[in-house]
Design a binder for this molecule. Structure first.
Ligand SMILES: [Zn+2]
Length: 482
């Protein structure tokens, strides 16, 4: 069934959350999420009614579920601030500057003064029962297909703790994700777009954030919420779309779900891995924000804004043209690397090493995708330094591009050894033309009656990943014609 989204008057609002690659927002803890768990603490949550006098309906709903929360604490990644036993430290200036940069890239107006607010969070994902948030930009826009997409706000906020498991009356959270700086970008209502177009807009927002080179990458570092409504229907908020490519499907399925029901309730739903959704709670009311009294307002002077404006990164539209013209990447590959989490590392590597930009782009786009599919070890195990070492060796001719997948696979499973050692273990060091010629001569001697193609095949199986395939063809032909 083809759905006419214009006729249905599909309205969507996007909220994109992107983690920043800095230390935590209100303390000096690491945001790496790599350290060991040292203890677990147990708490009950209480609804904070005193501050505004009115208890939020959604908060009350969570409270009524009356659960006990268990928080896993990690070495170097949690301190008394995350545990709500110590007041927040002043805001992380680095994170604030990146957020301001993003707000300026979206053409937002920057407020003269930044006020930190508390947002009620009673699902237990913060020990304090709230999340700190502050608006750093308002009323911006993003150009999309000659249209201006309204960017209502850019906020800088604390990430909430990540859920580990949930059972009857008990929920366990990892506290190391709490307070990782997060930029939230909220669009105005997107009306008259197809789900595919809304996904493209989300992609563009991601590209703009990533162009700062200061955002985290990998699963869970970007999360999107989308609210969906159709003609005569109610607003449904869908939370936590973690894969950008899933967004259009989520919207399509939600429209179908709303069409199939006689009446739609305003509610919050969560995404399942297949793009369907499940009910989590009624839609939160408006009484969710109140001032954070522990942090005085931060004034943003004109000088600071001017300084940040001068150092804004190259716009993605220019980047796209440069990738095609200067780096000779195809249109498709240019777009893929722009969307990639590895955009900044890609740029760093092609600047630093004399290697083919399309080989580097393909590693970040295709090879890593293959590795993810194989699922033997997380791709996130590979560090920037690993990639630099790898492409440094490729530049020096110590490896060939055909062996990159095997090297990265091995490295992702063996964290404590270097790329160089992986190459040794896998016996993938390149061989010289002289060594190749000796191997070819031997193979010919043993297979005198076989055609050239067969000889090439046998030699290839012996030297795969250690010499360029075109060299094998060349040497075999030369030796056969002798
Ligand atoms: Zn801390």
């Amino acid at each position: 069934m083809m759905i006419d989204y214009k006729k249905l008057n599909l309205k969507c609002g996007l909220e994109i959350h992107q983690q920043l690659d800095t230390r935590k927002l209100f303390c000096d803890c690491s945001s790496a999420m790599k350290n060991e768990q040292i203890l677990t603490i147990k708490r009950k949550q209480h609804v904070v009614a005193g501050e505004l006098g009115e208890v939020d309906f959604a908060a009350q709903y969570e409270f009524l579920r009356n659960r006990t929360f268990h928080y896993q604490i990690f070495s170097g990644e949690d301190c008394l601030v995350e545990c709500d036993e110590e007041p927040p430290h002043p805001v992380n200036r680095k994170a604030l500057e990146i957020a301001l940069q993003i707000a300026l890239l979206f053409n937002c107006t920057i407020p003269d003064e930044i006020h930190v607010m508390r947002k009620t969070l009673i699902d237990g994902s913060a020990i304090s029962g709230f999340q700190r948030t502050t608006i750093v930009g308002l009323n911006g826009y993003l150009k999309y297909k000659d249209k201006k997409i309204e960017i209502k706000h850019v906020s800088l906020e604390e990430d909430a703790a990540g859920i580990v498991e949930e059972s009857a009356g008990n929920v366990t959270y990892k506290l190391n994700r709490l307070a990782i700086p997060l930029v939230e970008i909220g669009t105005g209502l997107l009306i008259g777009h197809t789900p595919q177009e809304i996904q493209e807009i989300a992609y563009l927002i991601g590209i703009v954030c990533r162009s700062t080179g200061k955002v985290k990458r990998g699963i869970g570092t970007v999360r999107q919420d989308v609210n969906v409504s159709i003609k005569g229907g109610k607003r449904v908020e869908i939370k936590g779309v973690q894969t950008l490519g899933l967004l259009s499907k989520v919207i399509e399925l939600e429209v179908k779900r709303q069409l199939s029901l006689p009446e739609v309730k305003e509610e919050t739903r969560a995404v399942n891995p297949d793009g369907t959704t499940r009910f989590i709670r009624p839609l939160p009311g408006a009484a969710r924000l109140y001032p954070e009294t522990d942090i005085p307002p931060i004034s943003i002077d004109k000088k600071t804004i001017e300084r940040i404006k001068k150092r804004l990164p190259e716009p993605w539209t220019k980047k796209l043209i440069r990738f095609k013209k200067q780096l000779k990447l195809s249109d498709e590959l240019s777009k893929q690397i722009l969307r990639s989490d590895y955009l900044d590392l890609f740029e760093k590597i092609v600047k630093k090493f004399k290697v083919s930009p399309s080989v580097v782009a393909n590693v970040f786009v295709s090879t890593l995708k293959d590795l993810r599919k194989r699922g033997e070890a997380p791709v996130e195990n590979l560090t920037d330094e690993d990639f630099e070492e790898l492409f440094g060796l490729l530049e020096k001719g110590k490896i060939v591009k055909e062996s990159i997948l095997d090297i990265l696979l091995y490295k992702s499973k063996n964290l404590d050894i270097s790329i160089k050692d992986c190459i040794k273990k896998l016996e993938l060091e390149t061989i010289t033309e002289k060594e190749l010629r000796e191997i070819v001569k031997d193979v010919i001697k043993m297979n005198r009656d076989k055609p050239v193609e067969k000889i090439i095949g046998i030699v290839m199986s012996k030297v795969r990943g250690r010499v360029k395939s075109e060299n094998v063809v060349k040497v075999v032909k030369e030796e056969c014609n002798k």
